[in-house]
Design a binder for this molecule. Structure first.
Ligand code: AHM
Ligand code: MG
Length: 348
């Protein structure tokens, strides 16, 4: 629907936008539109819970018992359950997978299965919840590969190139949903007074001139030489292979990927989480290709940027396991290419 403002300008709701995009494809059945709308709904519910953050202290700590003697669910568990519950019975999905769960999430035999596959990170940056810092939900939608019946692990292990749609919700000063279905990147802001997402950022393009680099520089001593030199290049202190210095960028790092990514998408820049040797769990990087890397890489590419694992485009990586980690460089194309150049030169 369109909402009319007092001065008669029309406002595009998310529902209307999805429907208009759908009409571009005469063969579209409306299933993807409904699936996106279900995700937006899950986002609204998660937003309403995350904004209550500190109230858990009064009503009962998350993970503990509240004054009524009920168990208070941790926010990340609640977000995980919210996304799966709102999507498990609709007949739109063959299977789901969540960063919070080890295996695939099958659709119960009580419900019909559908043609899409949903992978999601229910609450990315959840270590920031206690500090009232922006966090987010990331989602990735693929077409199923299996013919019919219950979806399989194979349906979930697809290259980013095969994404049908991806996006994220960011729970910050305002709640936003940003997504692409391959026709540009569009951002909607939740108007809490009407409970609807309204189109505020149509056709987002990354600015050509980047402003920021975003990395946890506290770990510099654990990085390879190529990554260290690339970082000094971004600071304006190291020449590239042609002997050229660049103007130094500002460092911004929140430690919540969705928030760091969102800022760089709008302001220009590069976010990276390289291989580091501080923690044996992260020798292949920390972030997951399936739940974090590929969906944000699709958004970046649709906004004019690019992404890499340091050697190849993130969208071309075939994941072999659900929780596969990857080093990740994502943002303005020229900066991502420079990262690859430094890694090629110094990290053989
Ligand atoms: P999570 O999915 O467990 O929340 O972890 C991912 C988060 C990202 O949001 C963020 O970019 C990164 O971990 C921060 O890690 P670090 O604290 O090592 O800088
Ligand atoms: Mg995450």
């Amino acid at each position: 629907m369109f909402i009319k403002t007092p001065d008669d300008t029309q406002i595009m709701t998310i529902e209307r936008h999805f429907l208009e995009e759908q009409q571009i494809y005469p063969e579209a059945t409306g299933v993807l539109t409904s699936l996106l709308y279900d995700i937006a709904l899950a986002g609204k519910v998660i937003a309403s819970q995350t904004t209550r953050g500190g109230l858990a202290e009064i009503l009962g700590q998350s993970g503990n018992t509240n004054v009524q003697g009920e168990q208070v669910m941790k926010l990340d568990e609640l977000a995980d359950r919210m996304v799966s519950r709102l999507n498990d019975h609709t007949g739109r999905l063959a299977v789901m997978a969540s960063e919070e769960q080890e295996g695939i999430i099958p659709i119960s035999p009580r419900y019909p299965t559908g043609k899409y596959v949903l992978l999601y990170d229910p609450l990315d940056g959840s270590s920031n919840i206690d500090y009232n810092v922006s966090i987010g939900t990331i989602f990735a939608i693929y077409r199923r590969k299996s013919e019919d019946g219950p979806g399989t692990l194979d349906d979930c292990l697809q290259k980013g190139r095969d994404l049908v749609a991806s996006g994220y919700l960011i729970y910050g000063a305002s709640t936003m949903l940003v997504y692409t279905s391959g026709m540009g990147v569009h951002g909607f802001t939740l108007d809490p007074s009407v409970g609807e997402f309204l189109l505020t950022h149509p056709n987002i393009r990354m600015p050509e001139k980047p402003k920021y680099y975003s990395v946890n520089q506290g770990y510099e001593k654990f990085w390879s030489e190529g990554v260290r030199r690339f970082t000094h290049y971004l600071q304006g202190d190291e020449p590239d292979a042609d002997g050229q210095y660049r103007k130094g960028l500002s460092l911004r790092y929140i430690g919540s990927m969705v928030a760091d990514f969102h800022r760089n998408l709008l302001g220009g820049g590069v976010f990276y989480y390289p291989v580091d040797n501080k923690d044996p769990r992260y020798t292949q990087g920390k972030l997951r290709i399936t739940y974090e890397g590929a969906p944000l890489a699709f958004i970046t590419e649709q906004a004019g940027g690019s992404s890499s694992n340091g050697k190849q485009n993130l969208l071309d990586i075939q994941p072999t396991s659900l929780h596969q980690r990857t080093p990740l460089y994502i943002g303005n194309r020229d900066l991502v290419e420079k990262a690859e150049e430094f890694i090629r030169l110094y990290d053989r």
